[in-house]
Design a protein around this ligand. Structure first.
Ligand SMILES: Cc1ncc(COP(=O)(O)O)c(C=O)c1O
Length: 437
């Protein structure tokens, strides 16, 4: 169907509309409307996702593999969710694995893959990665596997691609890389990195936990063997997800119990899954997809034709969400950059990035700044966010790491203005800091 192409997007209207979906946004904290700028640690949840969890628990809560009605319904919910995430990742539904969270799934993966490694084999990880994509591989040093690292350029918060290519010459069996940094927002060129890793015969593991909220994922295009993310980072509850390429999953020998199915994806899903979480996560995908359609219908902002399939709608929505976030990000970076004593850490202008902005303030710890902001109802993270190696390399670990602001589609320009005003208000900041000391 053709749609009349709209003019420029009315971002304020978009934000007002999407905010209505999130009940948490009605909360006040310390007398201020709560501004949830903690998205990289976990997104707020639309009412319809909460409803899907409640509906599962109140009408069909059961374990799998029974012949009775609610067990069969549960199986339908789980398989429906696999189809939803197949659209989200652009893969087949038997390539979608559910688990507790990304870190646990990655440990399961590393324990399965180590069975295919010999002492003296190499694995390649990066300094920009979250510990969830470092720890599972680093612990294999106990099994006499060498773990090499690709460093970063601390000035630009980007990976050292020359070193990456040199490291590949050692012929690593597994290359674990980061799609986007949860600490500084850098988007890495995973497509190129996967292609280079495949040339030397490595299996590739992509951590898309931070990226997933900020752009469409296409595992076919990237060419990765494994890609992991967590639904709680994009409008869903606390469950983890993994895409595994079918041929590779088929060959995998994960830790499993005897009655567990031998076929992928079940063979890597140990124990009982979080059914209600999976029901909610599938609804989060549908929420994104429905926004894709709504934006196309209303504004003609996305493609000239209405996105027809759920996959197309997901892609359309995530592109618009990213465009919204990035114009606020540019504004925030610009304004924070003008404030004396603030140092921003992140990729240079023009480099692909997410809407995650981190900074330090001279002579103050990140914890003091985040507590000060909380006193004004502005909820932000401080620390290293488990991107421990990166924050060490940036030289920010000693002062308690970074202050991290995440911008989600439900965050408004007004909230960003409140944050900028709070950071400009040096007197209030220092008064707070002295009181806290
Ligand atoms: C980039 C990145 N990777 C991995 C993780 C770990 O995810 P999970 O909490 O699902 O184990 C996080 C969580 O913050 C993250 O941001």
């Amino acid at each position: 169907m053709r749609v009349k192409r709209g003019g420029a997007m009315d971002w304020n209207q978009f934000n007002r509309d999407i905010r209505k979906e999130f009940p948490a946004l009605g909360r006040t904290i310390h007398g201020y409307p709560a501004a949830f700028l903690d998205g990289p640690g976990g997104y707020q949840i639309p009412q319809r996702v909460i409803d899907a969890i409640v509906t599962y628990l109140t009408t069909m809560n059961a374990n799998m593999d029974g012949s009775f009605t609610t067990s069969q319904e549960t199986a339908q919910v789980i398989e429906g969710a696999r189809r939803a995430f197949a659209d989200f990742f652009h893969c087949a539904s038997d390539e979608v694995v559910f688990g507790a969270n990304m870190t646990t799934l990655n440990f399961l993966l590393s324990q399965a893959l180590v069975r295919t490694l010999d002492p003296g084999d190499h694995i390649l990880i990066t300094e920009i990665d979250h510990e969830g994509n470092r720890g599972p591989w680093e612990q294999l040093r106990d099994r006499e596997v060498f773990v090499d690292e690709t460093g970063i350029d601390p000035e630009t918060c980007t990976l050292d691609m020359t070193q990456f290519e040199i490291n590949l010459q050692r012929g690593p069996k597994v290359v674990a890389i980061n799609y986007a940094s949860n600490a500084v927002g850098t988007i890495n060129d995973v497509k190129t990195m996967v292609a280079l890793a495949r040339e030397v015969g490595a299996l590739t593991v992509v951590d898309a936990v931070h990226y997933a909220a900020h752009g469409p994922i296409d595992v076919r295009e990237i060419g990765a063997d494994f890609l992991l993310c967590s639904a709680y980072k994009f409008f869903g509850p606390h469950i983890g997800l993994m895409f595994g390429r079918k041929e590779v999953l088929d060959r995998l020998h994960p830790l499993k119990v005897r009655p567990q199915h031998n076929d992928p994806p079940y063979k890597i899903e140990t124990g009982t899954l979080n059914h209600e979480g999976i029901a909610g996560a599938a609804e989060a995908v549908q929420f994104v997809a429905d926004w894709g359609l709504r934006l196309a219908e209303r504004d003609g902002h996305v493609p000239a034709t209405l996105p027809g399939s759920r996959r197309e709608r997901i892609v359309a929505a995530l592109r618009v969400f990213a465009a919204y976030e990035l114009q606020l990000t540019a504004y925030l970076v610009e304004e924070l950059g003008r404030i004396e004593g603030i140092r921003i850490y992140g990729p240079p202008k023009g480099h692909p990035r997410t809407s995650t902005v981190s900074f330090t303030v001279d002579r103050l710890t990140a914890r003091t700044v985040s507590q000060y902001l909380d006193s004004r109802g502005l909820l932000v993270w401080d620390g290293d966010f488990f991107a421990t190696r990166l924050v060490e390399r940036l030289g920010a670990a000693e002062r308690g790491g970074l202050v991290r602001v995440g911008i989600a589609p439900y965050n408004s320009k007004e909230e960003i203005d409140r944050l900028i005003d709070a950071m400009r208000d040096k007197d209030a900041l220092w008064k707070y800091a002295r009181g806290a000391a």
